[in-house]
Design a protein around this ligand. Structure first.
Ligand code: WAQ
Ligand code: MG
Length: 278
């Protein structure tokens, strides 16, 4: 077993992006110790070659040493699944949660529509996230195809095993959940971010989530129909945020999670929404 010792072993940021027929296919980003670098790199290459939308033709890997003095440590958000009976119900619940987090109703609905249409020009999925002013709905990312790609984020491997065992008990131990929880954890750590909305671009993965510091990571198993390849992420920002600082922090500041949040039993989405209204 690999022992993770960030104090004694150098930590690396690992980033992969792959393409097929000239289009972005997949990407991944993590923080790993020097001892894990080989395995982690091979896993990412296999992931790009075995993608559900086809085998990658180009794979780019970037490995960068992390300056330990810039490393921030954090705790993962609490997680709960909110069950819904249909995609329509899932989307309506996600809108309600965003409103609860402080996103203006028409802004929540508008961002949801963008993700449904494909938020990149031409109705494609973006490669990263869109940045949305929570009050005006204005899109603030510099490039509407690329968006903002969060990287330099990871979880202590010992803790990831522990997280996996706990998620197993909820029937949720898959890489989508583990990675999304870490990403949402980093994104919602920044004070300029009010909430995040996400659903997968993988055709066979219909789940997504709304995450905020206030209520944690709320998974919704149905946010798009099976077979749909359009997915994406929206980060809702406080008006007047320092965009350059935020984007640089999301893209380059190393954040390592060292604690797990509470993992709750699933709950019916309507019951949860009723609690919010009460
Ligand atoms: N930074 C910003 N945006 C990203 C990043 C990143 N590092 N990675 C992916 N995205 C955007 C991009 O637009 C993708 O099209 C979209 O998010 C979806 O990415 O609890 O699998 O990797 O069951 O397909 C969420 C639910 C799964 C997990 C999310 O996302 C659960 C998922 P995917
Ligand atoms: Mg994907």
């Amino acid at each position: 077993m690999l022992i993770f010792a960030p104090m004694t072993q150098p930590l690396y940021s690992l980033r992969m992006h792959s393409s097929l027929a000239g289009h972005h296919l997949s990407g991944a980003e993590s923080l790993v110790s020097s001892a894990e670098l080989d395995t982690a790199t091979n896993n990412l290459i296999q992931r790009a070659l075995q993608h559900p939308r086809g085998a990658a033709e180009q794979i780019h890997l970037t490995v960068e040493l992390v300056n330990p003095e810039t490393l921030e440590r954090g705790a993962l958000p609490a997680l709960r699944t909110l069950t819904v009976a249909s995609v329509a119900e899932g989307r309506s619940l996600a809108r309600q949660l965003l409103e609860q987090a402080g996103v203006a109703p028409q802004v929540a609905a508008g961002a949801m529509q963008e993700l449904i249409r494909g938020a990149a020009p031409g109705g494609q999925s973006m490669r990263g996230a869109m940045l949305v002013d929570r009050r005006t709905g204005e899109r603030l990312e510099a490039d509407c195809s690329r968006g903002v790609r969060v990287s330099h984020l990871g979880i202590d491997p010992e803790l990831e095993l522990q997280l996996g065992r706990q998620l197993e008990g909820l029937g949720l131990n898959n890489p989508h959940v583990r990675e999304a929880l870490v990403l949402a954890g980093k994104v919602t750590m920044h004070p300029a971010v009010l909430a995040e909305l996400c659903w997968s671009d993988d055709p066979d993965y219909t789940a997504g989530y709304v995450c905020s510091r206030a209520f944690g990571y709320l998974r919704i198993p149905l946010l798009k129909p099976a077979g749909e390849t359009r997915g994406g992420r929206a980060f809702f920002l406080k008006p007047g945020s320092d965009l350059a600082e935020l984007v640089s922090w999301l893209e380059t500041r190393p954040v390592l999670f060292e604690r797990i949040g509470e993992l709750h039993q699933a709950m019916n989405g309507r019951d949860y929404a009723a609690l919010l209204d009460a």
